[in-house]
Design a protein around this ligand. Structure first.
Ligand code: NCD
Ligand code: ZN
Length: 339
């Protein structure tokens, strides 16, 4: 039995660090676990210009003083996004990627894209310059059941996009269904996916059995057990198409425990301990380094990190609260700890 695991320093390819007081509170958790992180741009207002991106990067650096952590900034796509400005932001090294939020799909997506046809010139330019497109893959049509929105997005939007722009690098973010796993597996090498810890650990029962549990609610919402198992199999498969992206999304406790609670799970403080427990349960500890530290940079075309971290078997007691935010696994004890 492996009791200690030393791996190359990992990265988080999808995290929400927010801004202001929340940024000051949460950034250090991510910086303590990861060398780099893809920082989601759904602030209010969203990060759309290179100037805003550079200023946000500076605020993140200020919130992680003395820590060896590199924030990778992402542009938020809107109907008004401009190909030249996008290319300039990428060329200047501010924007690592751009994020597509279908309008009103999730928290902070009100300024998102209403019709993908409107941003085709931007996506064509991104394909030319090798700038990855990160996608929140859910339709927003009111007639589509919330548990079906990811699978329907594949049929209505993603298949056509991959066909029409065959060289565009696409990350299908936070996949939650067997349909998404199958799609990514059978797509060409320019299509990959991130996987969160919560979608490896919980199915929709965690949210709804024995009372409604707002801290298990995020978007895309957790699905049936068969989907959790498919996502788990993908994560531990060793396929370079799947990599770590926590989607850590902090919301103050009173905004989650409310009549209309916010979507988002805050998993940053113990993300690695949470993921490694899954790889251990699946007898796949030897594949954790690929998922956490190699597949992501290889897909983005970025160098692997130097240095290592070590995880060892042992108790990690997750507190009920981290400040005003309830963490994922609150009150539980995880079987691994970060040395
Ligand atoms: C995210 C947030 O709160 O910003 N919420 C979530 O449930 N994942 C937005 C998102 O990534 O969908
Ligand atoms: Zn997210």
């Amino acid at each position: 039995m492996t009791d200690r695991l030393t791996i190359r320093r990992p990265d988080d390819w999808h995290v929400h660090l927010r801004d202001g007081a929340m940024l000051a509170h949460v950034a250090k958790y991510t910086a303590a676990q990861f060398a780099r992180a893809i920082i989601m741009p759904n602030l209010s207002p969203p990060v759309t210009t290179a100037e805003e991106g550079a200023a946000y990067r500076d605020r993140i650096r200020a919130a992680t003083p003395g820590m060896d952590f590199t924030p990778l900034i992402v542009a938020y796509l809107t109907d008004a996004s401009d190909p030249d400005q996008m290319a300039r932001g990428h060329g200047e090294g501010v924007f690592t990627a751009a994020k597509l939020y279908p309008a009103h799909a999730t928290t902070g997506s009100a300024h998102g894209v209403t019709d993908i046809a409107k941003i085709m010139p931007v996506l064509e330019r991104m394909a030319e310059i090798g700038m990855p497109l990160l996608i929140h893959g859910e339709v927003t049509d009111h007639d589509v059941d919330i548990f079906d929105r990811e699978a329907v997005f594949i049929e209505r939007t993603l298949k056509g996009l991959v066909r029409d722009l065959p060289t565009l690098k696409i990350v299908f973010e936070h996949i939650t269904t067997s349909e998404a796993v199958d799609f990514v597996m059978s797509a060409p090498a320019n299509v990959a996916a991130t996987i969160t810890p919560q979608h490896l650990h919980i199915n929709r029962n965690a949210m709804l059995v024995g009372g409604i549990r707002p801290h298990a609610y995020c978007l895309p919402v957790a699905k049936r057990e068969q989907h959790r198992l498919a996502v788990r199999a993908a994560a531990v498969s060793g396929s370079p198409k799947f990599f770590l992206g926590t989607d850590s999304a902090p919301h103050a406790v009173h905004t989650k425990e409310a009549a209309c609670g916010c979507a988002g799970i805050f998993n940053a403080p113990y993300a690695l301990e949470s993921y490694v427990a899954v790889f251990d349960e699946e007898d796949a500890l030897d594949r954790f380094e690929g998922f956490a530290s190699e597949h992501g940079p290889n897909f983005y075309g970025l160098p692997l990190n130097g240095g290592t971290i070590t995880l060892e078997r042992g108790e990690t007691v997750v507190p009920e609260r981290c400040g005003e935010v309830v963490p994922f696994h609150a009150g539980e004890t995880l079987g691994w700890r970060l040395v």
